[in-house]
Design a protein around this ligand. Structure first.
Ligand code: B4P
Length: 200
């Protein structure tokens, strides 16, 4: 199995690149952001609860995200692998993911960290806000999300570096160029572990 975590600050292009990775490597895409937004759009009780956090630029509590993620992961255990997009975002989430995979005889293969300068992140998210109308893509909320990223999510870099799983990619380039670099990192991993990707 090929299990990839795509990691980076808000607006670094995790969702954009995940779509391309899924197409090329035939993985199951699990975006906690998309799952939570789906609940919000459907106005479920869970959706109403998570909106309070997302609209303030805060992380949704670990127990909610973990429950949602486990449910979706368990539906696809026979797949060639997963791309975890925007998850984990805290050390608790990372430890729980490792534990969940371990119980299934699996582990994280590779963590792709996409690095983008803060000014560019702000510009991209403001641009997306204009097109998508996403409630968390407004000026002050973007600033809060970037602060939350630094406080709660950045420590994961050390966590995964210690495991020797981190590939750092410069995300300050057009989408296809960033994808080229990500593909090379994944292909290098596959070659060195003698894994043949499942392509349909
Ligand atoms: P997410 O849905 O994960 O969204 P994101 O981090 O804002 O965006 P992403 O990095 O995927 O950027 P994208 O490709 O769209 O999280 C939203 C919220 O959900 C969080 O703030 C949190 O509240 C909650 N949440 C989610 N997961 C959670 C968890 N695990 N725990 C707790 N809470 C959680 O790209 C952004 C824009 O840039 C787009 O407009 C795109 O077109 C553009 N772009 C992308 N790549 C580009 C490039 N190379 N050049 C120029 N523009 C580019």
């Amino acid at each position: 199995m090929l299990n990839i975590v795509i990691f980076g600050p808000p607006g670094s292009g995790k969702g954009t690149q995940s779509t391309k990775i899924v197409e090329k490597y035939n993985l199951i895409h699990l975006s906690t952001g998309d799952l939570l937004r789906e609940e919000m759009e459907n106005e479920t009780p869970l959706g109403k609860e998570v909106r309070q956090y997302i609209d303030k630029g805060l992380l949704v509590p670990d127990e909610i995200v973990l429950k949602e993620l486990y449910m979706r992961t368990s539906e696809h255990m026979d797949s060639p692998g997963f791309i975890f997009d925007g998850f984990p975002r805290t050390i608790v989430q990372a430890e729980s993911l490792d534990e969940m995979l371990r119980k299934e005889g699996m582990s994280i293969s590779l963590v792709i960290s996409v690095e983008v300068e803060e000014e560019e992140l702000h510009k991209r998210l403001m641009g997306r806000g204009e097109d998508s109308g996403r409630s968390d893509d407004s000026d002050d909320i973007i600033i809060r999300r970037l602060e939350v990223y630094k406080e709660q999510t950045l420590p994961l870099i050390a966590y995964y570096k210690k495991q020797g799983k981190m590939a750092t990619i410069n995300g300050m380039a057009p989408v296809d160029q960033v994808f080229g670099k990500i593909s090379r990192a994944i292909d290098t991993y596959l070659e060195s572990h003698k894994i043949i990707p499942v392509v349909e």
